[in-house]
Design a protein around this ligand. Sequence first.
Ligand code: ATP
Ligand code: MG
Length: 400
Amino acid sequence: MGDDIFSGITETLFREKAILSEEYSPDVIVERDDEIDAYRSALKDVLFGRNPSNVFVYGKTGVGKTAVTEYVLDALADEIENRPAADELHVHFHNCNDDSVYRTVRSLINSIRGADDDRFPETGLSTSHAIETLYDEMDARGGTFMFVLDEIDHLSDPDTLLYELPRARANGHLTDARVGVIGISNNYTFRSSLSPKVKDTLMEKEIAFSPYDAAELRSIISARAEKALVDGVPQESAIALCAAKAAKDTGSARQAIDLLREGGDVAEEAGAETISDEHIAAAAERVQRGRVQDKLRDQTVHGQLILEAIARLETDDRTAVRSKEIRDVYERVAVGWDHDPLTTLKSIQNHLADLTMLGFLERTEQNSGRAGGAHYQYELTLDPEIVLDTRQSIESDTFC
Ligand SMILES: Nc1ncnc2c1ncn2[C@@H]1O[C@H](COP(=O)(O)OP(=O)(O)OP(=O)(O)O)[C@@H](O)[C@H]1O
Ligand SMILES: [Mg+2]
């Protein structure tokens, strides 16, 4: 039964969907000429057997920091191939996602050693032993090492590594090898958290990536769409809408690309032959819904029940409600789902304060005249329909 449930599905709109995925590294970078120029001047000394500058790259999520860095280092490696006199270049990427200095150094050692050689031990040795081993491995090979430490703000105790590594040659730890460090971060406060000594070295060259505007996003996703989608599939206005929505929200190319892919899915599901503005709008709504659902699921049951109560009040056209009104509906909602409601008004008010702080609610203070004193009124910042749908699906999941 149901053997042929997949047989009717064909891919009609996508030429190569993977090009719209997170893993894809573009071979053409558009709209980042100034940043590429800055990189070029920071790294050019590698071509002449001199130390490259250390580089610190920062900017918000999705603005091309990783993509541009990979692109520039590929181009540098290609150029070195074409120049027999140039020193060998070894590029090692490492994502510092919640790493210790030890684990980061270990991963660099293993990456230099290659898959066939012994792995550096996971535990049992000191960080300074690991750093010495790294220098030995580098010197044994010679040439220039470029270490790209992505999401460097996630590194615990970054000062140690970032003080040591860029100075290794000056301090006599390296004789044959040279080293350049590229640190990438989307955390603006990271810079100020570093010690002044580290700031001076790591930040020899800083390259700031600003959020993209709508015109820039439009040219980035047009270039991507040409490869990923069948010719003529995305309507011009749909591309412009993706760009406009992402520019207005975050200025992230990732967000714009995701929206186009999702829009392609919506169009395909609808059996359409082109991707229109309506498909993009529906995709944006779907993404938004997904985000709200994730956020809601992270809340406690009572937090969720309170939000559901306010959503019900709002769909009845009762917006800006007081905690007492919320409590009445909350109690009914809780019992309806078979949960024991919280009994005191105070505990509900505590939840309301938390939910306000988390951005689910907006709170305004009302003065009810001389006798009444001040009280708060609450409003949802989310679409009440989405809250109600999500709550429904959470409750039905729990019963499965
Ligand atoms: N200028 C550009 N030209 C072409 N593609 C781009 C450009 N900028 C970003 N992209 C694409 O947008 C997506 C996000 O870019 P990237 O991963 O480089 O962002 P990031 O700044 O490193 O973000 P994060 O801080 O989250 O790591 C990737 O798919 C990337 O290929
Ligand atoms: Mg990145």
